[in-house]
Design a protein around this ligand. Structure first.
Ligand code: TXA
Ligand code: MG
Length: 353
């Protein structure tokens, strides 16, 4: 076992915190069965208690079996440690998408700490794909509760360096697994109300509704935003001001001449002397803006996976420039952009405070 993993396991066993690379974003991990370790997560992040944490689990060895029944049994066995009622749908999704960027909300098992679930009778479980996360989970031998490794309300970290910026002291041991491949947080699907609502997506991510539809069969999935779900699900990522840079972030529609002209007026009147500008196309703004007040221009590719991978690092970089405002062209239409649209919308609402 590499020294870094061994040290991390020691820290976790002693009730400490480890920043763990995953394929989505870095997580701030602690032993999911240790109340005082869990409390450290909340105090370090500045996260209000009552916000539930995702439990990360190792991939069971037999889940790789070609025999579907053997694989399902392996997932059932490990999921039963966390959930009192593992539905066939949960096993189908685990088989299809784990390890990977999908979190399932399940009825919690009795032993799961209420400190982890935010006092709820449900638990979020994810089997991450990143090899360092898997290595750590296997050597640790238990579940790791881990929110994104950022201070509450701020941008999720996608490199080890970002984590060190968030937690500059020595309270967190940072495992460096390189930049995260997906770049935005996992899809969260609620499987606790299957009978009445089907599978409900609470937070969009790289695993899309269509992908879940395909493996569960049509009409199983309901969009959490539009579903009549009764009481609102408790997802802190669903607070509108989340994932936010400190600099004001304004989304504009390049096809909407009025909104472009409003930006130009502000820049030309020198209300905004120093701006950053992120866009996909050479549009009206490009023709008119000139470069005099643009401290930084970024042209993004029309490729959703690449934009997701880079988004949070870009927002951090632009935030550090301390410009007056970030103008960001709205994302293209299409399902593959929805998860990024969700994060960017929240970033815009929470920005500038
Ligand atoms: O990709 C990810 O999911 C990353 C990596 C580290 O795995 N984790 C992450 O954790 O984004 P966090 O805590 O920043 O966001 C998890 C979201 C929270 O908004 C929380 O409210 C929701 O998952 N969640 C966790 N357990 C839940 C539950 N039992 N019911 C409803 N929502 C839950
Ligand atoms: Mg988070």
């Amino acid at each position: 076992m590499p020294d870094s993993i061994k040290r991390a396991v020691d820290v976790l066993r002693a009730g400490g915190l480890v920043a763990m690379p995953t394929e989505t974003v870095y997580g701030l991990a602690a032993d999911a069965n240790n109340v005082s370790a869990i409390n450290k997560i909340f105090s370090s992040k500045g996260r209000p208690s009552g916000h539930p944490l995702i439990v990360h689990i190792a991939q069971p060895h037999l889940s790789l079996s070609n025999d579907q029944e053997v694989a399902s049994n392996a997932w059932r066995e490990i999921l039963s440690q966390w959930s009192r009622d593992v539905s066939p749908e949960a096993l189908i999704l685990a088989h299809a998408f784990w390890p990977g960027p999908l979190t399932m909300i399940l009825p919690k098992a009795k032993n799961v700490l209420l400190e982890v679930t935010g006092g709820q009778e449900t638990v979020g479980v994810r089997c991450p794909k990143h090899p360092v996360a898997q290595h750590l989970l296997k050597e640790f031998g238990g579940g790791l509760a881990a929110p994104s490794a950022n201070r509450f309300g701020r941008i999720s970290p996608t490199t080890a360096e970002h984590v060190r910026e968030e937690f500059p002291g020595d309270e967190v041991l940072v495992l460096d697994g390189g930049p995260c491949d997906v770049g935005i947080e996992s899809t969260i699907v609620d499987l606790t109300r299957l009978d009445t609502h089907g599978a409900i997506i609470l937070r969009p991510g790289a695993i899309t509704q269509t992908m879940i539809d395909q493996v569960l069969g049509k009409n199983e999935v309901t969009d959490g935003v539009t579903a009549k779900t009764g009481s609102a699900p408790r997802v802190s990522g669903s607070l509108s001001a989340h994932y936010a840079p400190k600099t004001k972030l304004v989304l504009y529609d390049a096809k909407d001449t009025q909104s472009v002209l409003a930006i130009l007026a502000k820049v030309n009147n020198s209300d905004l002397k120093n701006i950053a500008w992120v866009h996909f196309s050479k549009d009206l703004l490009a023709n008119e803006l000139g470069l005099k007040n643009v401290a930084k221009e970024v042209l993004l590719p029309l490729e959703s996976k690449a934009v997701a991978r880079e988004l949070y690092a870009l927002l951090r970089q632009l935030d550090a420039l301390k410009v007056d405002c970030i103008f960001f062209e709205q994302l293209p239409d299409g399902l593959e952009w929805d998860a990024i649209r969700d994060r960017l919308g929240r970033a815009s609402v929470g920005s500038g405070v």
